[in-house]
Write a protein that binds this ligand. Sequence first.
Ligand SMILES: Cc1ncc(COP(=O)(O)O)c(C=O)c1O
Length: 423
Amino acid sequence: MEKLAIHGGEPLRKGPLPPNYPGAMLMGEAEAIASADVIKARSPFRYYGPDMQHAVRRLEERMCSDFGVPYSLGVTSGTAALIVALRAVGVGYGDKVIVPANTFVATPGSVICCNAVPVFADIDDTMNIDPNDLERVMDDEVKAIIAVPIIGTPCDMDPIMEFARKHNIAVIEDVAQSCGVKYKGKYQGTIGDIGAFSFQINKILTAGEGGAVMTRERSYFERALRYHDQGNIREKDLYGIDSPDDLYAFAGQNYRMSELSGAVVLEQWNKLEGIIAHMKRCWNAARSALLAELPGIRFRPSPDEDGELGSNLGIVLSSADEAKQFSDALEAENISNYILYGGNPVYNFPQIIHQRTADRDGFPFNYPFKRPVRYTAGMCPKAEDLIPRVVFIPISPVLADIDVEQIVAGIVKVYRGLQIGLG
Ligand SMILES: Cc1ncc(COP(=O)(O)O)c(C=O)c1O
């Protein structure tokens, strides 16, 4: 058996894999020209300027036509998108929102920034929200659910939508990590009531920062427009909106997307299909090769494999210790990998578990909820058990065939070298 690099052997790869910034790694001339056009026109603001390019508007139109929804709105970040989405569906002080135990802190953080409080549903084997755990955290103070397709795997949306419709609550899809992921042939972000996208640098498409919301519901779109722009709606004629500001304006934010971001994301959008096709091809190739070599290997399951993005290969180990050893040994072979969020459910982030906010007197957790909201260890046992046991290998859209072969060879080498699955 080959000596593992972690034990002093020769690393399988000489150097690291390409960095995993999917959209950013494919940035090039098109993005450079599009952003230069905005600068040359001296018009970086979406609503007025000397020679408007309407880049943000063109991005929104493109998102709508490709994803088949009537309304889309560019904003400044994925967090802004979540906040705008929550405000659009009417979430505020005194409300609870169901959030999965496995997500980035922005998901529950945005709920708190809307003066509501998150309650955590456990995950299932897919590592996404478990539709069977929603009832446990449901009460009449819950106003919405945020479904988060974590790193490329769709959520099981049918039972989530059924639950939400039964209880008359809104569904927000936080597709920050998974732009282009599909469930039963439909893009996530278009299945629930409103979808939130991120264009931060780690994401499938990027302008460094940026985000968007998308919805079929006109009243949500109107509220989103208002909240993202100080409570007003400009360009009412464009949307055929006639709600007068003196009756409908409410205090809002400035989450307006810059024309520079709009221009860059629009060029990135042209690459979305190609990015997904490449990742998915590598993901499929790696999985078949691994199954042939290691019949006992366990991959993160999916509620819809056709809809997967293929952006990360998730390998399920039998314990957190085994996962840590596997991860360290793979890293030594120069196969970069990671365990999501340090192996933690999101409620273990200090700002969440301690319910620490920027406000005084414990606001918004001080609302006299019928059942006070407390977060405790053991709250979501499946998340606590599973997250630290899954090692992810990023599948970048710039991987060459040789990179995929080496990822497979590295996993096989480490699997055998550590005698994983042999008892
Ligand atoms: C699941 C999830 N939601 C929301 C966000 C927030 O996006 P942004 O960093 O653009 O604010 C992120 C990104 O990091 C994320 O991973």
